[in-house]
Design a protein around this ligand. Structure first.
Ligand code: HEM
Length: 239
């Protein structure tokens, strides 16, 4: 082996790629064929494990965005929020693979899941807990600028950074909502909508959660703007 190919990093693998990525440990985290209830357990595990990794990155980037906002550094925060949005997209697209598993095959996989439920996903729970903190910082920055949301949206160019932040938060909110909708459809396609999950929770609950959002005020402001414009039109025609 040439000198340049010899591993220099800590680890017992035969290459530094494997040492760094820790492929031995990573690839041993999925059950092998002799342990499967059904061969689609691998598909199921890969989608869930990779989603947890993307969500881990998402939580880390939300943390970095939060520290930047605390220092009033909106631009760095925007870069991080952009990454969080992409993490959610990765989780969204990963769901496609689950629809390549037939409903009957999923029933065999399901036997291996015990009482495992997405409600206990550390990644999604971390996103749920941390993303609202970004909204708190946004409100603080708005207060410090001495403006309300309507003023911000009517003068978006004047308050460019704050406006970009509002839009980034809304995009993130939309991405999480879209993931929930997509996940609901995957669940419906796999097990149906009128049954209960592995912990006995009715699947209907998921459709109720579909109406949840982190930043309702950023959605409501659109209605306020439309009504404001209509009022202006009315006032004009009254003269
Ligand atoms: C065939 C695939 C899937 C099925 C059948 C399924 C089924 C379900 C069901 C029935 C629930 C309601 C709670 C329960 O009873 O467990 C749920 C919730 C949840 N699942 Fe899945 N799931 C699938 C894939 C995934 C994937 C890939 C993820 C990725 C992390 C995920 C994350 C979650 C989360 C975070 C919740 C809570 C939802 C919320 O708070 O809005 N699920 N899932």
């Amino acid at each position: 082996m040439s000198e340049a190919k010899k591993p220099v990093l800590e680890g017992s693998a035969k290459s530094d790629y494997e040492n760094y990525v820790r492929t031995d440990e990573l690839l041993s985290l999925q059950k092998g064929p002799d342990e499967w209830e059904h061969r689609d357990e691998l598909l199921f595990a890969v989608v869930h494990q990779s989603s947890e990794l993307w969500l881990k990155l998402a939580i880390s980037e939300v943390g970095e965005a939060l520290s930047s906002l605390k220092k009033n550094d909106i631009r760095i925060a925007l870069r991080m929020i952009d990454r969080v949005v992409l993490c959610m997209r990765q989780c969204h697209y990963a769901l496609d693979m689950l629809e390549k598993m037939s409903p009957w095959d999923y029933q065999q996989v399901r036997r291996a899941l015990g009482h495992g439920s997405g409600f206990d996903s550390p990644g999604f729970n971390g996103v749920r807990k941390n993303v609202p903190l970004l909204g708190k910082e946004f409100t603080r920055l708005l207060n410090e600028a001495g403006i309300d949301l309507l003023t911000l949206f009517l003068n978006d160019r004047k308050y460019e950074d704050l406006y970009q932040l509002a839009e980034a938060l809304l995009e993130l909110d939309e991405r999480v909502i879209l993931w929930r909708h997509r996940h609901f459809k995957v669940v419906e396609r796999s097990i149906g909508a009128k049954v209960s999950g592995t912990q006995g929770t009715p699947v209907e609950i998921l459709s109720k959660l579909n109406t949840f959002c982190f930043f309702p005020e950023l959605w409501d402001i659109r209605t306020t703007i439309t009504n404001y414009a209509l009022d202006q039109e009315k006032n004009k025609s009254a003269y």
